[in-house]
Every structure is written in structure tokens, then in C-alpha cells.
Design a protein around this ligand. Structure first.
Ligand code: ATP
Length: 310
């Protein structure tokens, strides 16, 4: 059943990758109605894989250059959702975005796969403006693991293969092992043929997330977007999920909408987003030394297991 979905267009693939909540689905379908807006530009090209003039690899580089953005249906006072946001994340770096709820962190992650278009400035992927790239190619280089995992009413194998239709059984199993979910799947009477999703076998939140991670591992994208769960996972499954995420992010550019202290503290770079602007940037040590917003958020939350979103 899931197989039927494979030929669907790239945008659909992003939608499903977002493993998403009903609300976001609604947004993406809205966006689909605006499809002409994301039709590939004449002369659009695949994501570049070479090196820049200085010989550094392009793939995995994500850059915002004076980006402004406002949701078309924003019901606020007309202030932009993102206001003159600039940053560069280098291939393989782990970048954490932290800040108060509603500051614009998730919005940053939407602009990378071009779910929405910047209204000012440029979003660059592998050194190229995303508007000049073939959308299918862009999307195939981005993997998303978000708080809500969407599973089709189909077997676990089909749910995994949707990330890579030609994956062999051995590859499925390797990805599931790396995501710490193989043993669980193997313990089901029907194993990888167990039907999940609506009206199917009910997996726990942590199990669903690990299936989402296995999918991303199969897809093997250059850039991983991680919308970390704030939802309640018990401590053990949180630890198991975290270990799988750590593995998945190793060696690839990771954009984490971060809630977990552990991942923020060890991030290569932290961007503190406040009211649509990047208020501070640096490593944990630098930002603590700076004694600004991050330092006070960190102090407030230091005894709690999660970093500041409110
Ligand atoms: P949180 O930590 O709560 O997830 P965030 O920093 O990720 O917050 P965003 O989700 O990026 O914040 O939202 C930034 C602003 O844009 C908020 O004011 C939000 O209400 C608004 N917003 C988000 N999505 C939409 C949308 N589809 N349409 C209109 N406004 C939106």
C-alpha cells in the first residue's frame, strides 16, 4: 500500500518526512495548492556536490543570508516572523537553535527544504540559492525527524522503504539496528511485516520516533533537521532515542530545534533566537561567558532536564 506512494512528487516526500502533526499537514496541503510557487525555475540544477573556490566541500553547507520571512496568514501586528537572519552552518556541524516559544526556530527549519519561501535575503544549500535548485534534489538531501511521527497504514518494512524503495532487507535491518528499534520489531509475531499506522499495531511514541530515525538513516541525507521532542517519553526510551539521534547526526550537518540540555551543551554552534532574530551565537562555553540571554536561560533551567523554550 505504501508502495503506491513512492512515485509521488518531492514535496509530498517532505511532507511525510516531517512526520507530521495534522496541523502541519494542513499547512503543507495548503502549500501544495500554491504549487506554481515552487515549480523549478528555468535552468534549475541539482544540489551541487563539488567544492568551493577554497576547496571546501559544498554539500552539507546551510546558509541564511539576511533572510526575512512572514507567514502569509500571520495574525500578529505585522512584525516579520524572521527578521534579517544570517548564519552559516558548515558540513558536519551540529547547530542547535534555542530560544523562547514562538521565536521562529521551527520556521528556520521550514525554509531550508523550501516549504516556505524567504521574502527577503537568500537561503543557500550547498552554496546555491534554494530557488535555483531542483526541488526534488534539494529534498532528497534533507532528512527530518520531528516530534510527531507519521506512519502509513502499511507494514513496518514498507514504512521504512518509503525512504528508499530499493533498500534490501539487510539494509532495512541495519538501519533499524542503528536506530535501536530492530529488537523491538523482531519481537513482534509478524516482525517487519507487522502492519502499523492508523488501525494498525499501536507503537509507543518512542518506538515511532526510532522508526523515523531508521527512515532517515536509510535516506542518508547530507542535512538532518531534528525537531527534538518535548513530549513525554519515559526516561529509558528518551535515552534510547537520544542515542539513536546522536548516531544519526554524527558526520552530517544537523539543525536541531533543541530542547535537551545535553545536545545543546555539546553543539558546535548555538543560535539563540528571540522574536525572529538571532540574538546570540556561539558555543555553550562562549555564551555562558557572555552572560546574556542564553546564560540566563541556562541558569534557570539547569536543574531541569530540558532547555528553555518558554
Ligand atoms: P516553539 O519552541 O514553541 O516550537 P518556535 O521558536 O519554533 O516555537 P515557530 O514555530 O517558528 O516558533 O513560530 C514563530 C511564529 O510564527 C509564532 O508566532 C507562530 O505563531 C507563527 N507561526 C508558525 N507557523 C505559522 C503558520 N503556519 N502560519 C502563521 N503563523 C505561524
Amino acid at each position: 500500500q505504501a508502495r503506491l506512494l513512492f512515485p509521488l512528487m518531492a514535496l509530498m516526500r517532505v511532507a511525510l518526512d516531517l512526520q507530521t502533526s495534522g496541523a502541519l499537514f494542513a499547512r503543507i496541503f495548503e502549500y501544495l495548492d500554491l504549487r506554481p510557487a515552487i515549480t523549478d525555475a528555468p535552468g534549475a540544477r541539482p544540489v551541487p556536490t563539488g567544492t568551493d573556490a577554497a576547496g571546501r566541500p559544498l554539500l552539507g553547507r546551510v546558509e541564511f543570508d539576511h533572510v526575512s520571512f512572514r507567514y502569509p496568514d500571520a495574525d500578529d501586528d505585522g512584525r516579520p516572523t524572521l527578521d534579517d537572519v544570517s548564519f552559516a552552518i558548515e558540513p558536519g556541524q551540529y547547530a542547535a537553535f534555542v530560544g523562547p516559544s514562538g521565536a521562529g526556530k521551527t520556521t528556520v527549519s521550514y525554509l531550508v527544504p523550501r516549504l516556505y519561501e524567504a521574502s527577503g535575503g537568500a537561503v543557500r544549500f550547498a552554496g546555491a540559492d534554494v530557488r535555483d535548485l531542483e526541488h526534488e534534489s534539494l529534498v532528497s538531501n534533507i532528512g527530518i525527524v520531528s516530534q510527531e511521527t507519521y506512519l502509513f497504514h502499511a507494514s513496518i518494512a514498507d514504512n521504512l522503504r518509503y525512504a528508499r524503495p530499493d533498500a534490501t532487507d539487510a539494509e532495512l535491518e541495519a538501519a533499524a539496528r542503528a536506530a535501536n528499534i530492530h529488537d523491538t520489531i523482531a519481537s513482534f509475531p509478524e516482525g517487519y511485516d507487522t502492519v502499523v499506522g492508523e488501525r494498525g499495531y499501536r507503537l509507543s511514541g518512542g518506538e515511532k520516533q526510532r522508526i523515523a530515525i531508521a527512515r532517515v538513516l536509510l535516506k542518508d541525507p547530507a542535512v538532518l533537521v531534528l525537531d527534538e521532542a518535548t513530549s513525554a517519553l519515559d526516561t529509558i526510551s528518551e535515552r534510547v532515542v537520544q542515542a539513536a539521534l546522536d548516531d544519526a547526526s554524527r558526520g552530517r550537518t544537523t539543525i536541531a530545534i533543541a530542547h535537551r540540555l545535553s545536545t545543546v551543551v555539546s553543539a558546535d554552534v548555538i543560535f539563540v533566537v528571540v522574536a525572529g532574530r538571532i540574538a546570540e551565537r556561539g558555543t555553550h562555553a562562549e555564551l555562558i561567558a557572555q552572560g546574556g540571554v542564553y546564560a540566563s536561560l541556562y541558569r534557570q533551567q539547569a536543574e531541569q532536564p530540558r532547555v528553555p523554550t518558554a
